[in-house]
Design a protein around this ligand. Structure first.
Ligand code: SAH
Length: 395
């Protein structure tokens, strides 16, 4: 197609030949005049061979690849991509009567770098992380309506804080479709919750812990559960359904605790087993009694958002886990997570190992956890792996 051209330096097409979807600015030799941020561009090798088509952006990643074929990025393109993504979720049984909460598009994992779409019952939330996706939002919205025909009533666009600040796009969070106040109660594995896409974190709910919550449900029976960093209470309602003796949910955000209480009430009204606390994690952990809990979940926010923060983050994970190892009851189970993309599975495990060693207790790894199937990792883009967790038995 007749898009403006970007020409690479010699040999800089190697990673593209292995289908990696990013082109760094250092790989670019020259480009056509007047390319605007967010524009679709064709990328050529130094020998003038077509290699990719993608969204142009100013920054260290200069092009995010949409296709390795010379195609037009039009309505048909968006419809096909969203259809592939939806078919994948359906074919693995993720969309069903008990579960209408899922990530429909997971950026590079769905070959759409820069785009996230989460679905909560009859509401879809679109989030752009690149200028190109922002510019394409209306096309994406149209395709989404076609692909999820009859399933969505509201499409909310939420990209105010996820787009590059310097691009100065003035993006506003707002409904593209629908938006009348309606009782959008979503279901995850048969449990009800309200996702607050208007004011909540991310798109309103942490969809990525679904499978890990299910695993916790299996271990909850008869246990005293502490859900630390609970946000909207996901792990707590699974623990309740799993037959926990008591469940304590803790988050430093009062708003998160309000949402947790609401969600617990939606599923387990008049159930005295649950209590929530708006408190700082370290303070709560410091004050709690030894052996008060025999199932602890630690799911903190990303301690490292960039490489420079890795060292401090690892110390943070060690410090946090150390308190849990010191205080969990004998025979206790610890679910511990890191969602920092820049922290590798091995580095996280080493931090948890150091914390365990400090406590001197016997600790066994029961499970090694990761992100669920609706957050797929494109095999050519290993950077897409971010969530890691360990389930540990502490003697
Ligand atoms: N486990 C949650 C997601 C956790 S997100 C789920 O399944 O949905 C991380 C949460 O940690 C956020 O809700 C944030 O408010 C909370 N948080 C951040 N710093 C904290 C601190 N110092 N003490 C307690 N909670 C904190």
């Amino acid at each position: 197609m007749n898009y403006k051209k970007i020409i690479l330096k010699p040999k800089k097409e190697e990673s593209l030949k292995r289908f990696h979807p990013w082109i760094f600015s250092g790989a670019v030799a020259r480009k056509d005049e007047g390319i605007e941020e967010g524009e679709v561009v064709n990328v050529y090798t130094a020998d003038n061979e077509f290699i990719a088509v993608g969204h142009y952006q100013i920054g260290s990643i200069e092009v995010r690849v949409l296709s390795f074929e010379p195609i037009k990025i039009d309505a048909d393109f968006w419809r096909k991509k969203l259809t592939v993504a939806f078919d994948l979720r359906q074919s693995i049984g993720l969309v069903n009567e008990a579960n209408n909460t899922y990530r429909l598009v997971h950026g590079e994992g769905d070959n759409l770098p820069g785009l996230i779409i989460d679905v909560y019952a009859h509401t879809a939330v679109i989030q752009s992380h690149s200028v190109g996706m922002h510019e394409s939002r209306n096309d994406i919205c149209k395709a989404l309506q076609e692909v999820l025909e009859g399933r969505v009533r509201n499409i909310y666009y939420k990209s105010e804080t996820t787009l590059p600040y310097k691009a100065n796009l003035g993006a506003e969070n707002d409904y593209l479709i629908g938006g009348v106040e309606d009782n959008n109660v979503a279901l995850e594995n048969g449990l009800k919750f309200k996702a607050d896409w208007l004011k909540g974190q991310k798109t309103g709910f942490f969809v990525d812990q679904r499978d890990n919550r299910s695993l916790l449900e299996k271990y909850a029976s008869g246990r005293s559960v502490l859900n630390m960093f609970c946000y909207t209470g996901g792990f707590s309602f699974y623990a309740m359904r799993g037959g926990a003796k008591l469940v304590h949910s803790v988050d430093s955000s009062a708003k998160a605790i309000m949402l947790t209480d609401e969600n617990i009430a939606l599923n387990f009204s008049e159930d005295g087993r649950h209590k929530s606390f708006a408190e700082d994690a370290f303070k709560f952990l410091g004050n709690m009694d030894n052996s008060q809990y025999d199932l602890i979940v630690l799911d903190p926010p990303a301690f490292a958002k960039h490489r420079g923060a890795i060292k401090n983050a690892l110390q943070g994970y060690k410090r946090l886990n150390a308190v849990a190892f010191n205080k969990i009851a004998p025979g206790g189970i610890l679910f511990t997570f890191s969602c920092s993309q820049v922290i590798s599975k091995d580095a996280f495990r080493l931090a948890v190992f150091s914390a365990a060693a400090q406590s001197g207790r016997s600790v066994k790894i029961l499970h090694q956890l990761t992100q669920p199937a609706d957050h797929p990792i494109n095999i050519y883009h290993p950077e897409g792996e971010y969530l890691k967790g360990l389930v540990l038995y502490v003697e």
